[in-house]
Design a protein around this ligand. Structure first.
Ligand code: AMP
Ligand code: MG
Length: 420
């Protein structure tokens, strides 16, 4: 028995012919180890990359207590609990231009937002409530000690790690790293993913369509999905159903990539050579997953590369990619932060057909109905109807055990796009 088969056979309730979605995910995880390999990149180039170091502030951010508002820096102890207090204005401090002297009893300093709090002061009174009388100001009662100031280190504390290895760097992280004056960081090397389409019926763009042929669209959706994951991609084109060509494609993919994604030719009872070649060249399992769309799928390894043999139907490719391959590739890429896609609950606008015993990923449109968000399907749900993915803005995830859904019942949705 090969290693992959050994690992998955140890999983509770593993059944390759009726594999539950969560089991398939678990099996994939159990067989994959993240790539090693690190490089140093400039902070800006690190966007989306997987951090491979801790970011530990060498100083506090902000470095000094400073004013959060435009106004006057005062000593809280000078202020009367009741009635007005008159203070002498002895200077000014701007952001980047501190006041050099010390502030004594009965004195204050004009401050702008971001100005370092002058020595001796602890409180800022906003300019709107102050009455100016020549070189003095009059402060009303009711000010609170420390108000309108920002403490040194309230954003980042010296010595306390803020970013950890395994995190994909987001725009805020780049800013945070920059706020520490760090110009270069260590990140994992980019994952390399090779992909190709299989099937004799496929024509490439540029060639005329012969009778019975379809243009290869899977390579375009895969290109889009892989590009967004931030991996390096290796497009090996359409591979005819010919043993020599398939073998060459798998060999080239395995030699040059960390993972291989193919589409087509993995159905049970499939007559073409794709499955045979996968089985011959690597350790590969052929699954029937209890899901819709996307039932057949191959998973395993060829050489050192992880293999994902996705079904051929255009919607099934996208669903299996998002539900299995995305998770697997992020794991391989070294991510250890939480990248599970959130599931939100919203009411179904209309009844949904569903039979228990499989997880369904219906293509949905999340829309606002008056004040409330609801979800409806895009209509036709055939796994060849790619338009359904294009029109959708979410998956309606109907759980394994669930049956028919009535209008108004809450369902889980997984959004396609977020604030990234
Ligand atoms: P298969 O999984 O190979 O049996 O393919 C299932 C269906 O998906 C068939 O109708 C194929 O023609 C279609 N299909 C397979 N590969 C592609 C592709 N790359 N682009 C568009 N349709 C495809
Ligand atoms: Mg086929």
């Amino acid at each position: 028995m090969n290693r992959i088969a050994e690992v998955v056979s140890c999983l509770d309730g593993y059944d390759p012919n009726a594999l539950r979605v969560d089991k398939a995910r678990e099996a994939i995880r159990a067989c994959l180890a993240p790539v090693a390999g690190v490089e140093r990149v400039a902070t800006r180039s690190a966007l989306g990359r997987v951090l491979d170091q801790q970011i530990v502030p060498a100083f506090d951010v902000p470095a000094h207590d400073n004013s959060a508002m435009d106004g006057y820096a005062v000593r809280a102890a000078d202020l009367g609990a009741e009635g007005e207090t008159r203070l002498e204005e002895i200077g000014a401090a701007l952001a980047g231009r501190p006041y050099k002297g010390k502030v004594g009893r009965g004195e204050c300093v004009r401050v702008m937002t971001g100005a370092v709090m002058p020595a001796g002061t602890d409180t800022v009174v906003i300019q709107e409530v102050v009455r100016v009388e020549g070189d003095a100001i009059v402060v009303p009662a009711g000010q609170k000690r420390g108000q309108n100031t920002r403490a040194a280190g309230e954003d980042l504390k010296r010595g306390v790690a803020v970013l950890h290895p395994g995190r994909a760097l987001a725009p805020a992280d780049l800013g945070l790293i920059a706020s520490l004056g760090i110009g270069e960081v260590s990140v994992r090397r980019r994952l390399r993913v090779a992909f190709f389409s299989t099937g004799d019926e496929l024509a490439s763009i540029g060639a005329p369509l012969a009778e019975g042929q379809v243009y290869d669209s899977n390579r375009y959706t895969l290109y889009g999905m892989l590009s967004r994951l931030g991996v390096e991609i290796l497009d090996l084109g359409v591979v005819r159903d010919d043993p020599a060509l398939l073998e060459a494609a798998f060999a080239s993919a395995a030699a040059n990539a960390d993972a291989i994604v193919t589409s087509g030719g993995v159905s049970v009872g499939e007559a073409d050579f794709t499955k045979q070649m996968m089985a011959r060249l690597g350790e590969v399992l052929f699954w029937r997953i209890a899901m819709r769309p996307g039932r057949p799928m191959a998973f395993g390894r060829i050489g050192k590369a992880a293999l994902f043999g996705l079904p051929g139907n255009p919607v099934a490719v996208m669903v299996t990619f998002y539900q299995f391959v995305r998770d697997a590739l992020l794991h391989l890429a070294g991510r250890t932060d939480n990248y599970t896609l959130p599931l939100l609950k919203v009411p179904a606008a209309a009844p949904l057909r569903k039979v228990p015993g499989r997880t369904e990923y219906q293509r949905g449109v999340l829309f606002r109905d008056g004040g409330e968000w609801k979800v409806r399907t895009t209509g036709q749900q055939g796994s060849g109807v790619l338009r359904s993915m294009s029109e959708a803005n979410c998956f309606i995830v109907l759980e394994h055990e669930r049956g028919r859904v009535e209008a108004g019942e809450p369902v889980q949705v997984q959004l396609f796009d977020g604030l990234t």
